[in-house]
Design a protein around this ligand. Structure first.
Ligand code: PHE
Ligand code: NA
Length: 452
């Protein structure tokens, strides 16, 4: 089988993993969670979790991919069978693939909102519009299943097209073009935000720490966000790790991914809060921060329609480079397991995800209340899916840490990370003790919410 397939360059894994990591999590979720949780203290906990839990698990997940050189499901099967460890660990692969499947189904719908806003911005429809009109336009979008469906379909098609062309022609080439472009756009947006907005207020908000401001819920959200933002526990990193060059260092690569991802979240935060505070608005708007508050800020600024459109292109592009990393684990599995062609495997994955995405599409309109999920759990179907992934991500991460820390043979681990690596012992300690403890804590705190 074609299990020896690897990336073209030693550094491609880093590029691909950064593409996966940087997405809606940085541009949309991080700013609104920070805004809701009062700023700096949230960021402090978030950064700490990334360092102590996120990076060690990122190393472990990459290690499992590179050691097996297979998609997550087949890779875990191979690792357990070749080492005579319990077959139960194979749940890591299955759960990762299922979580990827669920996340992509709603990630695509939300990325679709950005397509709509790109259009609204460039066509000048929001220029000079009042706050009420802009708020109402978001409500109208959510109320329209047809529009949501159209954008969801477009986004899913684009993701499938890239992955369907293969890891070299599709994913690598796509990333090599998109990543620098996205970086340039981010810098333009940052410069614009700082020049036209209130950067001092933004920086104060982001970097003033007062731990007393942070609720227990905020601590948990910060930890959850650190998993989401690094693409952990979903097989995405494992799938990309399968193609990673043997020459690249796991620790150095993982630390770079985490640093870049955090830097981009902070830059996005500075740009967005400069604009929001400059317009005299409130940071705590929740998920509507990017789709209501920010467009209101753009509406009154010189060149706001143009820059707003450019900003939403950035959101679409960043979401796309993450989405392809969610298609890859399942598509690669279908190729390995059933011998399907890549285009067929990708179409199956994207098609089924598209179908599951309908649950999210209708959650904002036809099924926004009164479904059986509301009766049983007090949540819409979308909220149930999101909740499920909030369990699956930490659980997957926990199992990955335990498997790499305790179950994998010493030879296999040393084959990937030699003891000369000065981070080796630190990594082993974190992955064996600290990461599992921290994750178990989040996990146990999240479970009681099942009752709603
Ligand atoms: N890390 C991505 C983001 O921040 C989301 C993602 C999660 C992508 C899991 C792939 C896998 O938007
Ligand atoms: Na991210």
């Amino acid at each position: 089988m074609s299990s020896t397939k690897i990336w073209t360059h030693k550094g491609t894994f880093l590029l691909a993993a950064v593409g996966s990591a940087v997405g809606l999590g940085n541009l949309w979720r991080f700013p609104y969670l920070t805004g809701e949780n009062g700023g700096g203290a949230f960021i402090l906990v978030y950064a700490l979790t990334i360092a102590v839990v996120g990076i060690p698990i990122l190393i472990a997940e990459t290690l499992l991919g590179r050691a097996s050189r297979k998609s997550p499901i087949m890779g875990m099967k191979y690792l357990t069978e070749s080492h005579g460890t319990s077959r139960h660990w194979q749940v890591i692969g299955w759960m990762g693939a299922s979580a990827a499947f669920i996340i992509l189904s709603f990630y695509s719908v939300i990325a679709g909102w950005a397509i709509h806003y790109t259009w609204l911005m460039f066509s000048g429809q929001l220029s000079g519009a009042s706050a009420d009109v802009i708020s109402a336009s978001f409500g109208e979008l959510l109320a329209s299943p047809n529009q949501l469906l159209l954008y969801h379909t477009l986004f899913m098609l684009a993701s499938a097209l890239i992955v369907g062309m293969g890891i070299h022609k599709g994913i690598e080439n796509g990333l090599r073009f998109m990543m620098p472009a996205l970086f340039i756009i981010l810098m333009i947006v940052l410069a614009y935000g700082v020049m036209t907005g209130d950067a001092v207020a933004a920086i104060k908000f982001l970097f003033t720490f007062n731990l007393n401001d942070l609720s227990l819920e905020g601590w948990l959200q910060a930890m959850g966000q650190s998993f989401f933002t690094l693409s952990l526990g979903m097989g995405a990193i494992m799938a990309y790790g399968a193609y990673m060059s043997k020459e690249a260092s796991l620790t150095r690569t993982a630390i770079s991914i985490a640093l870049v991802d955090t830097a981009i979240a902070l830059i996005a935060g500075i740009a967005i809060f400069s604009l929001v505070f400059g317009a005299g608005m409130d940071a705590g708007q929740g998920p509507g921060l990017m789709f209501v508050t920010l467009p209101i800020a753009f509406a009154d600024l010189p060149g706001g329609a143009l820059l707003g459109g450019v900003f939403f292109i950035l959101v679409i592009g960043a979401a796309l480079t993450s989405a392809i990393s969610l298609v890859e684990p399942v598509a690669a599995f279908l190729v390995e397991r059933f011998g399907f062609s890549r285009p067929l495997a990708t179409s199956i994955m994207a098609g089924l995800c598209w179908l599951l995405g309908l649950l999210t599409v209708f959650s904002f309109n036809l099924w926004s209340e009164g479904t059986w999920t509301h009766q049983l759990f007090g949540r819409s179907p979308f909220e149930i899916l999101e909740f499920l992934t909030n369990i699956m991500m930490p659980l997957g991460g926990l199992l990955i840490a335990l498997f790499a820390g305790w179950a994998l043979s010493r030879e296999e681990v040393l084959n990937e990370m030699d003891t000369n690596d000065r981070w080796f012992h630190t990594w082993q300690f974190l992955v064996r003790f600290i990461a599992p403890t921290a994750v178990a804590f989040v996990f146990l705190r999240t479970l009681p919410q099942v009752e709603g």
